[in-house]
Design a protein. Structure first.
Length: 279
């Protein structure tokens, strides 16, 4: 079970500019080493739009270094959170700007394939939230045009959204099951006040990745167990749908120098839930 628990890149690094999540430019190598010492052998890469092509994931030398570190530490990077897509969504612009952002998307897919990333999280929230049928169409048409590429590279796109359960079920039903899925964010669903049983009844079989965090209803991310997330219901439903994917700790940030202690405690909490519910 422990092999299925990973963490969101940056959670073992100092907070940058007060942001809860951003790429840890000065600490990404050291963070991977520390993760291995904690027994965390999976991480989800974080990619921002700012300095996109400077990110080590996007350079050949960086890819070589990442692959070497993974081999040396017995660490894998199965997924990527594309905050870049939320920060610069191609479905909200047109003309040359849309084409440029779509080229970025393809470049990211190619880069992910070089280090074994098989799931790309596309956040349809905040600045990337879908606000019209036209945006839904633009998003889908481009992604479906890449089906052969996804198939060849063994990559699946997984959506994180703020859609209500039935709306999300209808949305994901228009995409091929083998190549598209849902990233279930425990904290975000709690903050939106969604009913866990209803969510899984509508689309539980399409969940292929889970972000673990806790949030207050209508509020921000806080320590696991202190918010409105119903972890018992989530893990019960995950067990019922036969979920065998990863659990990525996207938890509330600790104060400096306590990152490892807090992340270890959260890992142990999730292990207890997994063991109890047979997830």
């Amino acid at each position: 079970m422990e092999d299925r628990i990973g963490f969101m890149q940056g959670r073992l690094s100092p907070i940058i500019n007060g942001l809860i999540q951003s790429f840890p430019w000065n600490n990404w190598r050291e963070e991977m080493v520390e993760a291995a010492t904690l027994g965390l052998h999976k991480l989800e890469w974080t990619l921002d739009h700012e300095r996109l092509y400077e990110n080590p994931l996007m350079t050949s030398t960086g890819q070589d270094e990442i692959n070497k570190i993974m081999r040396d530490l017995n660490l894998s990077i199965p997924s990527l959170t594309g905050d870049c897509f939320m920060q610069a969504p191609y479905w909200k612009v047109d003309g040359a700007k849309r084409e440029a952002r779509q080229r970025d998307f393809v470049a990211i897919i190619d880069a992910c394939s070089t280090i074994g990333i098989s799931q790309i999280v596309v956040p349809l929230v905040d600045d990337g939230a879908l606000e019209s049928e036209e945006e839904i169409k633009i998003l889908r048409n481009f992604l479906l045009s890449l089906v052969s590429k996804f198939t060849k590279l063994g990559i699946r796109v997984i959506f994180e959204s703020d859609f209500a359960p039935q709306e999300l079920a209808e949305f994901i039903a228009t995409y091929p099951v083998a190549l598209f899925g849902i990233n279930y964010d425990i904290g975000n669903s709690a903050a939106l006040g969604f009913d866990v049983d209803k969510e899984f009844r509508h689309y539980g079989g399409r969940v292929t990745n889970v972000h673990v965090k806790d949030r207050l209803l209508g509020g921000t991310t806080i320590a696991l167990g202190d918010g409105n997330a119903d972890f018992e219901a989530v893990f019960r439903q995950l067990s019922l749908v036969g979920y065998k994917g990863n659990f990525i700790l996207q938890t509330a940030r600790a104060v400096d120098d306590e990152h490892a202690i807090v992340l270890r405690r959260y890992r142990d909490m999730i292990l207890d839930y997994m063991a109890y519910y047979g997830t």
